[in-house]
Design a binder for this molecule. Structure first.
Ligand SMILES: Cc1cc2nc3c(=O)[nH]c(=O)nc-3n(C[C@H](O)[C@H](O)[C@H](O)COP(=O)(O)OP(=O)(O)OC[C@H]3O[C@@H](n4cnc5c(N)ncnc54)[C@H](O)[C@@H]3O)c2cc1C
Length: 568
């Protein structure tokens, strides 16, 4: 497998890319040396019309609020006692146990707005005390048993892209913590072409796996926006959904089996192709977020590499008409693989954000058709050419019947080209003094409009201050026969004095509102540390007790990522 790049510390993109700074290795807590910090200017990532729109809507004046140099990030000395470190070294080897500054900083938290704010302000108080790299299931199980014996918390680390505080290492007993980096277990173990199954280590990422499968004419097809960095183990641990999950299924649907190393032993779960041998324990590991143990191997369902791909845009007159159109597609079992229906605010922002002649023509054409205030829909199909043609034809007829107007492939291809760009743009917006964060939920078709309105209202009320209002941009990102998910992007003028409190209040208000309106706590980002106060509202007190009992059996010393999933 090719070398997989690490993520930059204070934002998005590969380490040693333009946004990264190299940290000289030094004593714990000591400063490193800053070599490079080059931030792309806002003008390079947003056209003038979009910058003006943001300034007008948000009451925001662009300002330079760059992160502190990486060398100035505060890092407390490692709390790992020397005898504990030596026990870890004895088990894993010296080269696989690190307490150095760079390793600890690279494993500090994930990539939520709050994570980035902290890192940009120079706060790495959530950094692990050491980073360890087991190389096999047996070593991982032995590591967890050792952590239980010496009282050290173990936080599995895949790609480090959690956006819900999944890597914050919170521990009520304040024990030292190790980040269990799965980068050494990043190879393909077996490919069973006849059964369409591939078995991989948890640290494998999408690009490397697709490259490997492509050589055999196969594909996994799971492409979340974090695809460049997130790992197979992380996807399973968080029940991720990718951009084509409407068609190929969520990551949960792609897992045929997995191995879970726990402090109490190793569980082999899943029996492809199907089994009726009691409740499916695989479901316990999916979404377990490192709280029950470490996923050390996964067997995944793969498909033939698509020979045809077609993405195109449509326009609906209104959000309600768009939702009704998607519902109709779902009812007739004609859902495309990719579906993305933007609400009017997101449509407006997308249109302003698009640049070039094609974009001007599109804006003009929508105005002429009286759809300037409508909703954009992007749909995509992948597969055999004949199947793509037939599915597209049938879906087009349903969309037309629901009042949608076809905009053509340029809109669809533009979405496809830019589909991994948003987190890079976010860094430039943060540099310029904005609050930028996303949240997500799902609801039945009946509840969806109320959930949409309730989340918008909660965010606008919480973030509106001194005459300023946030922009709340929403799209449907995954569609099911029974309902759909909503993905919300929030932009606001950042409160430079209290930026963390500003977002915490907004997030609390939005989460309360979406649960009260009938939405789920999370459709694909997981619970992490950030959502756990609300888990009981979703699964009930008895549900929490059942999970707690399972954890007690597998992890009696509570060393496996104790800060996530289960409420205090
Ligand atoms: C810009 C951006 C875009 C994103 N887009 C999407 C998206 O489109 N769809 C989506 O679903 N999510 C998305 N996410 C969220 C995130 O990428 C997913 O949650 C992803 O599944 C995390 O994978 P990871 O390998 O980075 O895991 P990490 O962030 O390293 O870990 C996530 C959680 O899983 C645990 N964990 C990791 N590996 C293992 C393992 N092997 N065994 C047990 N526990 C483990 C960790 O302890 C942690 O609690 C996005 C995040 C960002 C920053």
């Amino acid at each position: 497998m090719p070398e997989q790049p690490q993520l930059t510390i204070q934002g998005w993109g590969p380490a040693a890319g333009p946004r990264d700074a190299t940290v000289a290795r030094g004593a714990d807590g000591g400063p490193g040396s800053l070599e490079l910090t080059a931030f792309p200017d806002l003008a390079e990532v947003l056209p003038k019309a979009a910058r003006r729109h943001l300034a007008r809507e948000l009451g925001w004046t662009p300002r330079r609020t760059p992160p502190v140099p990486v060398a100035d990030i505060r890092l407390a000395p490692s709390r790992l006692a020397e005898d504990c470190r030596l026990r870890l070294v004895e088990l894993l080897g010296d080269e696989h146990v690190s307490t150095d500054r760079e390793a600890r900083l690279r494993h500090a938290g994930g990539k939520s707005y709050l994570d980035l704010l902290r890192r940009r302000e120079g706060d790495a108080s959530d950094a692990p005390d050491a980073v360890v790299q087991p190389g096999s299931t047996e070593e991982t199980a032995a590591l967890l048993a050792l952590c239980s014996e010496i009282g050290v918390v173990a936080v599995p680390f895949g790609g480090g892209t959690s956006v819900v505080g999944g890597l914050s290492g919170v521990d009520a007993d304040d024990r030292p913590s190790v980040s269990v980096d799965l980068g050494r277990m990043a190879s393909v173990h077996a490919l069973d072409v006849a059964s369409s199954l591939v078995t991989v280590g948890p640290g494998v990422r999408g690009p490397a796996l697709e490259e490997h499968l492509g050589r055999h004419g196969l594909s996994l097809g799971h492409t979340p926006q974090s695809w460049e960095f997130a790992t197979m183990g992380g996807y399973a641990a968080t029940r991720s959904a990718g951009q084509a999950s409407t068609g190929i299924g969520r990551f949960d649907d792609l897992v045929a089996g997995l191995t879970l190393a726990t402090p109490s032993g190793v569980l082999e779960l899943g029996s492809p192709p199907a089994s009726a041998a009691g409740p499916d324990l695989l479901g316990l590991a999916l979404g377990s977020e490192g709280a029950l143990g470490v996923i050390t191997e996964l067997t995944l369902r793969v498909r033939p590499e698509p020979r045809a791909r077609h993405h195109e845009g449509w326009s609906f007159r209104s959000w309600e008409a768009g939702l009704a159109g998607l519902q109709r597609l779902a009812r007739h079992e004609l859902l495309p693989d990719v579906i993305r229906l933007s609400d009017p605010d997101e449509t407006r922002a997308d249109l302003l954000n698009a640049s070039g002649t094609g974009a001007s023509l599109l804006r003009g054409s929508l105005r002429l058709r009286g759809r300037a205030a409508g909703c954009l829909l992007v749909v995509g199909w992948e597969g055999l050419p004949a199947a793509v043609r037939a599915r597209r034809r049938a879906a087009s007829s349903v969309l037309r019947g629901a009042g949608a107007v076809r905009l053509g492939t340029r809109v669809g291809e533009s979405w496809r080209r830019h589909r991994y760009a948003a987190p890079y743009t976010r860094d430039s917006l943060l540099d310029a003094g904005l609050l930028v964060e996303t949240l997500e939920t799902a609801a039945t078709w009946t509840a969806l409009p109320t959930v949409h309105a309730a989340v918008r209202e909660a965010l606008r009320t919480s973030l509106g201050r001194r005459g300023k209002q946030p922009l709340v941009l929403t799209h449907v990102s995954h569609v099911y026969p029974t309902g759909a998910s909503l993905y919300v992007t929030v932009l606001a003028d950042r409160d430079d004095a209290l930026p963390i409190q500003q977002w915490l209040s907004a997030k609390r208000a939005a989460t309360d509102a979406l649960l009260a309106a009938g939405g789920t706590l999370t459709h694909h980002h997981a619970v992490g540390a950030d959502h756990r106060p609300w888990l009981e509202r979703e699964i009930g007190a008895l549900g929490v007790e059942v999970l707690r009992a399972v954890k007690q059996r597998l992890d009696p010393q509570d060393v496996c990522n104790p800060g996530v999933l289960l409420p205090d």
